[in-house]
Design a binder for this molecule. Structure first.
Ligand code: UT7
Length: 332
């Protein structure tokens, strides 16, 4: 049996720090509310004149390659998770391929929002297991700040979502590696967290830019309460599914790296799994919720801080727009 394993991790976050105080100065919110309800103290926003989703992804990828002692030329496939691609089409995968100076290798885009990185990891895992590719670059990168309604009307999303990129390099391994991945969705809830436009289901006359009177359709809309309620249930389900599939117990987890949706969600899962603080990695306090980028950024930081050791059992779990949710168990 051939497995895949992560041989390098990297991340990049933009320089500009956006504090809760800054947000409070432009909309009706305050530091106490944000910290108490989300745990977020600050987040990063891109400078749109400098940063793109693809170039942030390239920086994260180069860090991952360097740590893996590999070069761009070793990559033979790209899987790119983002819901904020630089263009409506083509996807950001090809832009990253260009950015890295690679010729003709395949690039696949994944649009599964907060679960995107685990979906991407799962796809890469299957390609490595079948022997189709040897070195796959998996990235999650997002620029949410430009799609957020930065007025009081959008405050439930403005205080949460932010920008960043994370990357992982996967290669084959004789022993695991990625033990399993578990992917789910429930499209009945698609409109609970979404950006409506530029939607192709609009009649032609409505897709003319001058006809689009309601620009809120280009902003993130979220029914936070509903998302929260489903998230806590699905996170637990999909973590238990992963443990059961591998005949493992919650006590076997060395490090849980949850999608950084809301610190209260992570704390709820931690309590249910009876994990100590040092067994759960959280960096939402510093970066907010970076959607598909949140897990690889957290993984990259946890690794750099020496929190991931050989033979550790890592559990990744995510929930978000779609709804989609997913988990992965990894033997490091
Ligand atoms: O990334 C994966 C997908 N996303 C998530 O997992 C996010 C899940 N949801 C959440 O994190 C939370 O629902 C939020 C942080 C978005 C909201 O927290 P909440 O505790 O669910 O608040 P709420 O929506 O029930 O709103 C409570 C009150 C409301 O006021 P009233 O109606 O009680 O007067 C809101 O208008 O808080 C108000 N509110 C705010 N007040 C100050 C909502 N956003 C803000 C804000 N600042 N930013």
């Amino acid at each position: 049996m051939r497995y895949s394993k992560i041989v390098g991790l990297g991340h990049h976050v933009p320089e500009t720090v956006i504090t809760n105080e800054y947000l409070s100065s432009i909309m009706d919110t305050n530091n106490e509310w944000i910290v108490e309800r989300t745990g977020i103290q600050e987040r990063r926003y891109v400078d749109p004149s400098k940063d793109t989703v693809a170039n942030m992804a390239a920086k994260a990828a180069r860090m991952a390659l360097q740590r893996a002692k590999l070069t761009e030329k070793d990559i033979d496939f790209i899987v790119f998770a983002t819901i904020t691609p630089d263009y409506f089409f083509p996807g950001s995968g090809v832009l990253l391929q260009r950015e890295l100076g690679l010729e003709s290798i395949g690039a696949l885009d994944i649009r599964n929002a907060c679960s995107g990185f685990i979906y991407a990891l799962s796809v890469a895992d299957q390609f490595i297991k079948t022997g189709m590719y040897k070195t796959i670059l998996v990235v999650g990168a997002e620029i949410q700040s430009t799609a957020i309604d930065m007025t009081t009307r959008g405050r439930n999303t403005a205080v949460i979502f932010a920008d960043g990129a994370g990357a992982a390099i996967l290669q084959p391994s004789e022993k695991p590696g990625i033990l399993s991945t578990h992917l789910h969705s429930d499209g009945r809830f698609a409109e609970e967290l979404y950006v409506r436009d530029p939607g192709s289901s609009r009649p032609r006359e409505e897709r003319q830019p001058e006809q689009i009177l309601d620009t809120t359709h280009f902003k993130v809309v979220m029914n936070g309460n509903q998302v929260f309620k489903h998230a806590v249930v699905r996170f637990m389900e999909v973590i238990n599914e992963a443990l059961n599939a591998n005949q493992l117990k919650k006590e076997d987890i060395n490090l849980l790296v949850p999608h950084q949706a809301n610190l209260r969600i992570s704390q709820y899962i931690q309590e249910k799994l009876a994990l100590r603080d040092d067994q759960v990695y959280n960096n939402i306090m510093r970066y907010g919720n970076t959607t598909a980028a949140s897990i690889p950024i957290a993984l990259s930081e946890a690794w750099a801080e020496g929190k991931i050791k050989e033979n550790d059992l890592l559990c990744l779990a995510a929930f978000g727009s779609g709804f989609t949710w997913a988990s992965a168990l990894i033997r490091w």
